[in-house]
Design a protein around this ligand. Sequence first.
Ligand code: MRU
Length: 354
Amino acid sequence: MADIEVTSPADSIRAVQWEGGQIRLLDQRKLPGETAYINIHQVEVLAQAITDMVVRGAPAIGIAAAYGVVLAARTAYQNDSNRWQEKIKPDLIMLAAARPTAVNLQWAIARMGRLFPAIIGNPEAPLLKEAIAIHEEDILANRKMGMFGAELIKGAGQVMTHCNAGSLATGGYGTALGVIRSAFAQGSINRVFACETRPWLQGARLTSWELQQDRIPVTLIVDSSASYLMQNRQIRWVIVGADRIAANGDVANKIGTYAHAVAARHHRIGFMVVAPASSIDMKIASGADIMIENRDAREITEYAGRAVAPDGVDAWNPAFDITPAALIDYLVTEKGVIHQPDKVKMAAIFENLS
Ligand code: MRU
């Protein structure tokens, strides 16, 4: 990767890297206690790592998948240099199914696939070049969104975020945390309330860790205290990321986001979604058509391997929810900012998106 200027300690975090012909993933299941990396050179191992949340966050999953296409193409070419484009297909289908909600996964695989017809000979070098471009473009998009978002929240003081939409969830710098980083650097933010984000605790384990690295004051709260925080007027903005945005502006993001948006509207607090164009899916008319990942019930019936619910209890564990566009004040993307997103405003910017 080309050197992109690093602006803060947490901005130097790279959840996904390409090193020595392999993918190197920071194992996010182990943070904040342990900083461990996993090297991957087989696409099926990568698909499992995405399902298991070694790497998570929509843009980071997309970048990992782009490098995964390089691994898959290498194997397919080694097995049959004349028919590698045919042989690679089952691997790409498997990779695309590793997590269903974040569109960045399918988007990255499709973008890599568009290169195939023009490739003559060994595909590894041209595909790697494209994967690196996807990675670098993501970081630059985050920088741009950081600037756009910070402009909107001048003098915000205290803000709240949910899940982790930071360096760890992207190529680097972050989406929602990118805006927070930029606004903090400008003196507009002095404290971030981070929702713990049950059941995976991305807020407790990852967001508070990232913000601590950058010395941005952070207060951790349980998810259920968010509306009480808003009622007490302690925050001015809720700033979150997205996993998929439909053509009408409806947003799929980490479970709990919708509840925060409802509460924010009730308390007249600004609600901002920050996401790159790679998270926008103009083929999906509304949030109702977005597939929501349901994860293993044990993520909520157990805590750190210990049962916290009675044996055999029924449990429902959707990993994401849909926030209707009508509850979103600003959608910040690298292509532009939309105030009160709807179908017409979305089409004006993203109609020809591929
Ligand atoms: O289940 P996760 O941790 O992959 O969910 C992540 C989120 O919901 C993020 O808010 C979203 O992917 C945006 S990350 C820039």
